[in-house]
Design a protein around this ligand. Sequence first.
Ligand code: B3K
Ligand code: ZN
Length: 848
Amino acid sequence: PPTIRLVDYQQPAFWIEKVNLKFALHPTATKVTSEITFHANADRGDGPHDLRLDGRDLKLIHASIDGRDLADDEVLCDAEGLSVPADLVPQEGFTWRCTVEINPEGNTALEGLYMSNGMYCTQCEAQGFRKITYYLDRPDVMARFNVKIEGEAPVLLSNGNKINHGSWQDPWPKPAYLFALVAGELEVVEDQFTTRSGRDVVLQIFVRKGDEDKCDYAMDALKRSMRWDEEHYGREYDLDLFMIVAVDDFNMGAMENKGLNIFNSRLVLATPETATDANYKAIEAVIAHEYFHNWTGNRITCRDWFQLCLKEGLTVFRDQKFSGDMRSHSVQRIEDVLTLRARQFPEDAGPLSHPVRPEEYIEINNFYTATVYEKGAEVIGMLKRLVGDETYRAACDLYFERHDGQACTIEDWIRVFEDVSGQDLTQFKLWYQQNGTPVVSVDEDFSQGTYRLTLRQDADASGHRIDKAAQVIPVMTGFLDTDGSEPLPEQCLILDAAEKTFVFEGLTAKPVVSLLRGFSAPVILDHTMDSDQRMFLFKHDSDTFNKWEAGRGIALDLLCDMARGQLVKGANFADALRTIALDGALDPNFRALMLTLPSEDAIAVHMGHLGAVPDPEAIHRARHDLKKTIAKQLASDLPELFAAMRVRGPYSPDADAAGRRALRLAALGLLSLLDDCAAAQDLYWGADNMTEQFAALSILISAGKGADAIDAFYKQWKDEGLVLDKWFAIQAGTTPPEAALDVVRALGEHGDFNWKNPNRFRSLIGGFATAPASFHRADGRGYEFVADWLIKLDALNPQTTARMCGVFGTWKRYDKKRQTLISTQLRRIQKTPTLSKDTGEIIGKLLA
Ligand code: B3K
Ligand code: ZN
């Protein structure tokens, strides 16, 4: 398959003004008739041009240009589309009509038009529209769509305004990737919203019968998102109708189709009994994310797919700030950084590393990555910090004003910031162009009242950054005296050279420096501190992020030493942790985060930084042992903490209640190491909400005491697909490593393991592959098991398969024996005769 390159971008030879689509729905033989008005692209100035349209898996029935039917030999079809020779194409403009036949039921890739549980639905981003009809399937071609749907179903939906049953008109020009169609027997939950300029908008959530009572939270989150975007970005909704549809078979989380968002049902449906606090939080974030795309993505879209971060990085940044406003900014920041470090840092340090704006791809679906999304959001955060809040808002205003209705590039985005701020952002732009995570190292010197702080930026251990130019790194910095007071105001140091020294005068003693407060840049901070310094910051830093970070640093050092077989005393740490856990002045959610030890994967990464080869089994044991040390230190406090954090009254998913539950359950996790899971058993059998029921189940399973609860849980929830996903995932992810493979093998045979459903597949296979000590078992059987499933799924669903191949992304960090076992499996996958281009690209990179 060919490599597509950013430098090769060229505008299309023709633009599209208008599209009329007619769908005659049939499960295996849907007929799609399109009437497309093309006109010449005056900017091209070359030609004459063939008409070249994208199309895949389409059966062409009939085609005409300006009413003249084209003969078979006048249309040249191939695997990627069709061409009509230039001499048959009126170059100034023409109307193309064609009818194709497609098979929604046979579409297991879930891209284009497909069926999920008897309902028709679409997924067109990035290049699914070409599986619906022949088209210029590229985001810079924006057109007005009219849609007519003929079918039996009582609900027939498409984008824009409803003209009558099955007939839709979208007044806003859009690229084909934002097209959507839904048809089926669906129930609707309705509400309304009045925009600040007085437009009444009908809000509808479509679900399967029986799920109507699970939409309250999503609806509420939608209304809060709409208000937030008005207040914080001045963005109003622009149609009279906003629809969300929940579907069970979906490759990703959700999709921002114009006026008709389609969601994985796990990100819409929630009741206290079936959804956890984490589920509620994710629903709120993703509802907001997709809604925010209406301006950052839809009204202003991407010129080409290399610019994906233009909409995704910005929209993630927006949804993170929204969640922070709804909940707690300090907790949100810690969680966002945890995600970044868990997903993006390893990606950037391994064979799948790419810049926030990639310069080449084989399959664009492989580039919906943590780098484009999460690092893309970090880049926006830095930009905002560098220009200041007011300038940021003014630049965004200018962006919306200048580029509304256009398909844009990162250059357009940077330019509004340059125009508004007067700053030259050429160097800043390197964040979009250079891959790898910068490492910032630190030197300090203090003499006669003068404190010198030298910051350096370097290549990371993976070597990706060798020979790269220095980037602009904002380092928020605080200074502490030995009594915890701050002798200097916090400041943002700008490291924009390979090395820079910052000088501070008039200090009476060497300060304890608190660097990279709030995680002000996505870098690895290499700041050698002894444990006393760390402990000092852990106790005294006024920046909650760095307070947390200091505690985490201590824990990581301890865990690494333990995993390397050293005898360590965690008592000091456990004692400091105890003070924080019991500090009623601190947010319970923050205290819960503090009590949660770094993940096994994070420990492996840290060992890598220290030059050690991680042993997944030793890490698993070390983590367990440190937990036990902490539990013992807190022994007398835990029952009380557990009881005190109980939330009385009816369940509410709000941040306060969720934070208390998080702390309560963290306490329970520790307590269960001392009381033989007695309290966890009680909670499991008495729980009245899924958050507590599921947490208790997880504790019981990881202690090897879950048998009864596992059975009961299944019986209780076997008819609730989303809860059953949890049942598969928790067993795959928390069964003790010795037993995990047998358990997932058996679950793979379970009657409810519908592996064609992406949620179910991810629950079981993904759940197992992200439990390091199970997946990386020394005999390599974990790798073999996962590879078997990936090969099987690839034949049906390349997108979900390729994404899950990422679980092998960190393979080079392990020992030679494991590396050999993994590469054997990767080669086996690669040899699959029918291997998809999606999976082929990822495996090729992993093996390169
Ligand atoms: N834009 C979609 C993602 C599409 C993924 C295509 N493989 C959802 C989102 O980011 O909001
Ligand atoms: Zn998005």
